[in-house]
Structures are given as C-alpha cells and as structure tokens.
Unconditional design. Structure first.
Length: 359
C-alpha cells in the first residue's frame, strides 16, 4: 500500500513539474509597470459585471425552480451591483477612453509593430539560414558537374528568392562610400542641376483695372457706420478727437493707429519717435488740414484746376501764348483786323451764296 502511494505521489509530482513550464508566466498575466491602468480597470469591471450577471441569472433560475415570487436580499444586492458596474462602465470608463483614444491607439500600434518586427526577424533569420545551406550545397555540387548545377538551380525554387539583406538598412559603418555622388575625373566643370521654376504670371487686365480703382473714403465709411447703422458703437471721449486747433477731427483710422501705437508702447515699455514733417507730408496731413477736413479736399483741388485753366500766360502779345481759355476762343473781342468796312459785306455775300447752293 505504501509502495503504491509513493509511486502515485511521484507520478503526480512529475506530472506537475512537466506542466509548470506550460503555464503562463507572471509577466504575461500581471499588468506592466508602465502600462495604461485604464485598460486593466476596464477588464476588471467587465469581469465583475459578468460574474454578477451570472449570479443574478442563477438566483432567478433557483427562485423559479423553488416557486418563489418575491426577490430576497441577495437578489436586491445583485441588482444594485449590476447597476453600479454598469454606471462605472458607461459614465466612467467610456468618457476616459474617448479622451485617451489617441494615446491608447499609439501604444497598441507600437506593441503590434514590435510583435510584427520579432516575427519578421525570425522569418528573415530562417530564410538566411536556408539560403546559406543552399549556397553551401551549390558550391559542393559545382565541383562535380556544371551541367547538373544549372539543372538543380532551375528546379530549386530558392534560386529566384529575394535577397533578405536588401530589406535591412545598412549601418553607417558598413554603408559604402559609392552611394555618394561621384564627381567625374575628366576635369570638366559641370554645373549642378537646378529644378525648373515657373515665372510669375502677369496680372489680367481686369485685375489691373481693379487695382487702379480709387481708394475708399474713410469719411463715407464713418458716416455709414455712425448714421445709417443701427448697431451700437463705442464713441471716443468728447474733445479727444479734435486736432489742428479745432479745424478737423481725427478719423477712425487715425484713432486706430494711435491706439495701436499706445498699446505697443505700454507693452514694450518704450517711447516711439514722433512723425517727422516728411512723413506727415507723405500722408497728406497738411493738405487735409484746411477748413472742412477731408470732405472739402476734392473741392479745393477743383478750384485750383479751374484757376490754372483760366489763368493767362506770361506772354500774351501777338506771337505770345495766352491762357487755355483765350486759346479756346475763335477770336478775341478786340481782334477785328481785316474785317472792317467793305470786308464785312463781302463776307456776308459769300456766306449767303454758300447757303443758297446748299439749298
């Protein structure tokens, strides 16, 4: 009896020892130290939910078998646990999983790439070993007969296999220097190749016409924004926009530029220089500084143009050049030379004959 028990125990021990290597290791079961704990919590919640659901189904079957209609305390506790686990999954895990979707996908993709790389390395190593053995066999057979070697190569399917070494990137130490661009040694200079560039296309006539259009008037824009618009607008303080001794007000553009200038000075703790006379003249500030401001600018230009057209020239003699108004007239008021006395009647008769011929 003792001998049989000892043999049974020894056989059981040997069986357990042989089964231990087939068991999964703790590294594959336990969560990793730097892993995502949300996935582990999700699995635990799913497992607890399934266990509670199985117990609830078992309790329902037992109550139906015993003929009980009233649910006991155990059934109520199981229902509360089911609701609690469902709330954890719906309100806790799912929102967190949506927020961490990018990180989770990135980690899963990295793990898949690593596993795929291990499999590919094993396959490449196996192919390399098979290729090395096939090459050694070919070298041994080449000493016997060249004809038999050609037939063996044609029959062997590995003769047309791809080169596994070409799939791996060579290291910097083993990378050949011939990959760099080799310069010819004939001594002839060859300029480098430059990619062709497209020249800028000219503007279309319609676009050029649009560029030549007059600029928009700030006065009209301000009038439309203040008088015709019903939206509330922020108005500056009374008297803060008066300039040039009260002859005009600052426009919206000038107020905007002044606000930008003030904001820049306060942000950078610097004082920007004031505008010079040349800058003010370039902007046209002196021209718009008269009475009425920008509204009367075009009217003043028109008056100056009329004055230039009607102004007499410096030389107004017989051979001189007069003003544009004088040159536009057919004859002057005091210019009746050659048309006095009998000449007036002759001209009248000549014009009368021409009119009769036309009729």
């Amino acid at each position: 009896m003792d001998t049989s028990l000892a043999s049974i125990l020894s056989g059981l021990t040997n069986s357990l020892e042989s089964a231990i290597p087939a068991l999964p290791t703790s590294d594959s079961i336990l969560p990793p130290a730097n892993g995502i704990t949300l996935l582990d919590a999700k699995n635990e919640l799913f497992l607890s939910y399934l266990q509670t659901l199985a117990l609830r189904n078992l309790a329902v079957i037992r109550n139906a078998k015993d003929g009980k209609t009233n649910a006991g305390d155990l059934d109520d506790q199981l229902v509360r646990d089911l609701v609690k686990h469902r709330v954890y999954l719906e309100k806790g895990v799912r929102p967190l999983e949506d927020r961490l979707k990018y990180q989770i996908d990135k980690v899963v993709r990295a793990a898949e790439d690593e596993a795929r790389g291990v499999v590919q390395k094993a396959a490449v190593a196996k192919q390399s070993a098979a290729a090395a053995s096939a090459a050694s066999d070919d070298e041994e057979n080449s000493d016997d007969d060249e004809g038999s070697d050609s037939e063996a190569d044609s029959d062997d399917g590995l003769a047309f296999r791809p080169n596994p070494a070409a799939l791996t990137r060579p290291s910097e130490a083993t990378e050949p220097t011939s990959s760099k661009r080799e310069e010819p040694s004939d001594g002839i200079y060859r300029p480098p190749r430059i990619n062709a560039t497209t020249m800028p296309t000219p503007l279309s006539p319609r676009r050029e016409k649009g560029d030549r259009k007059p600029m928009r008037s700030n006065t009209i824009d301000e009038y439309v924004a203040d008088e015709l618009s019903g939206a509330p607008t922020a108005q500056p303080s009374i008297g803060s926009t008066i300039t040039a001794g009260g002859r005009r007000d600052k426009s919206a553009r000038e107020r905007r530029e002044e606000a930008e200038r003030t904001a820049y000075e306060e942000a950078n703790l610097v004082r920007l220089p004031k505008e010079s006379k040349k800058e003010r003249a370039k902007k046209g500030g002196n021209k718009r500084g008269g009475f009425g401001g920008e509204e009367w600018d075009l009217l003043g230009q028109g008056i100056g143009r009329i004055d230039r057209l009607t102004k007499k020239g410096e030389r107004t003699g017989a051979g001189g050049v007069g003003g544009a108004l004088e040159r536009s007239r057919k004859r002057k008021v005091d210019d009746d030379g050659g048309r006095g006395g009998v000449d007036i009647g002759r001209d009248f008769e000549r014009r009368k004959k021409r009119a009769m011929r036309r009729n």
